[in-house]
Design a protein around this ligand. Structure first.
Ligand SMILES: Nc1ncnc2c1ncn2[C@@H]1O[C@H](COP(=O)(O)OP(=O)(O)OP(=O)(O)O)[C@@H](O)[C@H]1O
Ligand code: SF4
Ligand SMILES: [Mg+2]
Length: 458
């Protein structure tokens, strides 16, 4: 038990600066050659008794974030707090970000010590000390078939977590099992069956009963109904709602289905490439989404009112790789409202530059010498021309080509270039340092990370 447990605090689960980077191994020696930045600096809180929905495209890090919150996997850095007062959570978040800015990186997985978080930080507990807490945070995953042991009878599947966690005798535990089964809408005769003898919906009911068995306070619902028939989905969702009302549970609901979000959630957090980009109460998010990514996601949801038609926004391209996410605003490569200061970098212009400044391929570059190399150095793109030192006149030609490309459709990366200079025998195109938009609270409880909204003064 955490020392903080004498009191029920407003925030049941909170994350500050949470990161999870998975190593990518390669080569004969299986060395780490890169990192998948699955979760890359997330702050998130779930209030006691509420349902927070977490949405975002496949691969953006939702499941990894859920697993981190339950301490099923250790974080690379950042903290997970349990049962924490709201003011302490807010100050922990501010302090964490000050440190991140000062150091340029989080210092250690343990975070700054002596910060008053010890009584709440489950990420600081040793495995033994965390054990009694584990029962209070339970997961329900998408596919109940793989998460239920096929060789065990339902009664044993449900009795196991009770016997492990409680001091109950076996008859007492069996009484509790019968009660659990009733709670999830199954019959007593179901106790003596194996998981494969049930339908998908019934199996998910068993998985929910098993999650409830150790009397948790927090449930991680990771796509709990997406493997089920549409007709059964509503039953399971209503069951989850009923259970929440009866037992005062707190949910983190991960789903692709935005209609499910509207039906179930009090608040929504929108995730893109390992980051939260917008967070708002459900009605507000659906009524006035702010982030261009959220707008695109919501544009796919049917609007109940036929007079209010919504244009479907198609996002170009796939989600970029989390191994090397775009600089600045991570959404800038796909955003339909993108601006020159949204985080463009040499990477975004390099392949176009290889054509644009090549006299053998582009007739408008015919006065330039042969282009021999395009290379990237930090926020500079360097153009090398076959052995000869470029002249001021050639620099001017390059600057004109940059201006021309910037004016064309899809030329935003070139609009971002702030200087074309002669340097060390080459021509250098300089981009601004790629800064990420700040997390700004635009209305009470409605926050967004996007340059379209006023940024705090530096
Ligand atoms: N154990 C792991 N090792 C390496 N990479 C991983 C691991 N788990 C997840 N990833 C990677 O981390 C990223 C995020 O994965 P995650 O499963 O959290 O996404 P998700 O948002 O839940 O996707 P989906 O909606 O498809 O379930 C992906 O690129 C995934 O390939
Ligand atoms: S900061 Fe906003 S406008 Fe700019 S790319 Fe990102 S989402 Fe689009
Ligand atoms: Mg997932």
């Amino acid at each position: 038990m955490l020392p903080s447990d004498r009191q029920a605090h407003e925030i049941l689960v909170g994350a500050v600066g949470l990161k999870k980077h998975f190593p990518v191994k390669g080569g004969v020696l299986r060395r780490t050659i890169a990192q998948v930045r699955a979760v890359d600096g997330v702050d998130l809180f779930v209030r006691r008794g509420e349902t927070l929905a977490l949405v975002g495209e496949s691969g953006c890090g939702k499941t990894t974030l859920g697993r981190l919150l339950l301490r099923l996997i250790p974080p690379t850095s950042g903290e997970v707090l349990f049962n924490v007062p709201a003011n302490l959570y807010a100050s922990a978040r501010d302090r964490w970000h000050r440190i991140a800015q000062d150091d340029g990186a989080m210092r250690s997985p343990k975070g700054p010590q002596g910060d008053g978080l010890d009584p709440y930080a489950i990420t600081r507990l040793r495995t033994r000390a965390f054990k009694p807490l584990r029962r209070r945070m339970q997961p329900v995953f998408q596919d109940p078939f793989t998460s239920l042991d096929p060789r065990m009878l339902v009664k044993d599947i449900l009795a196991e977590p009770i016997l492990i966690n409680n001091q109950m005798t076996r008859p007492e535990a069996m009484e509790r099992v019968a009660q659990l089964l009733q709670e999830v809408g199954l019959r007593p005769d179901h106790l003596y069956r194996f998981p494969h003898e049930f339908s998908g919906g019934q199996r998910q009911r068993i998985a929910i009963a098993r999650a409830l068995a150790p009397e948790p306070e927090f449930l991680l619902l990771d796509e709990p109904t997406s493997a089920l028939d549409v007709s059964v989905q509503a039953q399971i969702l209503n069951l989850l709602k009923d259970i929440q009302r009866r037992q005062g549970l707190t949910y983190l609901l991960i789903t692709h289905n935005l209609s499910v979000v509207r039906h179930m959630a009090d608040r929504v957090a929108v995730m893109y490439l390992g980051r939260i980009v917008e967070e708002a109460p459900t009605r507000e998010l659906f009524g006035s989404p702010l982030h261009p990514y959220t707008k695109a996601l919501l544009s796919a949801v049917p609007v109940p009112d036929p007079k209010r038609r919504r244009e479907k926004i198609l996002l170009p391209g796939d989600v970029p790789s989390p191994v090397d996410p775009p600089t600045g605003c991570r959404f800038h490569t796909r955003c339909n409202a993108v601006m020159p200061h949204c985080g463009w970098s040499p990477r975004d212009a390099a392949s176009a530059a290889a054509y644009l400044f090549d006299s053998s391929r582009n007739p408008h570059a015919s006065t330039l010498p042969a282009l021999s190399e395009v290379s990237m150095e930090g926020n500079r793109l360097r153009l090398l021309f076959g052995g000869s030192r470029p002249t001021e006149a050639q620099r001017q030609v390059v600057a004109d080509l940059v201006r021309g490309r910037a004016a064309e459709a899809g030329g935003m990366a070139f609009q971002a270039i702030r200087e074309v200079a002669l340097a060390e025998g080459s021509i250098v195109l300089e981009f601004p340092p790629p800064l990420e938009p700040a997390w700004v609270e635009v209305a009470p409880g409605h926050s967004v990370a996007c340059y379209l909204y006023p940024q705090p003064q530096a």
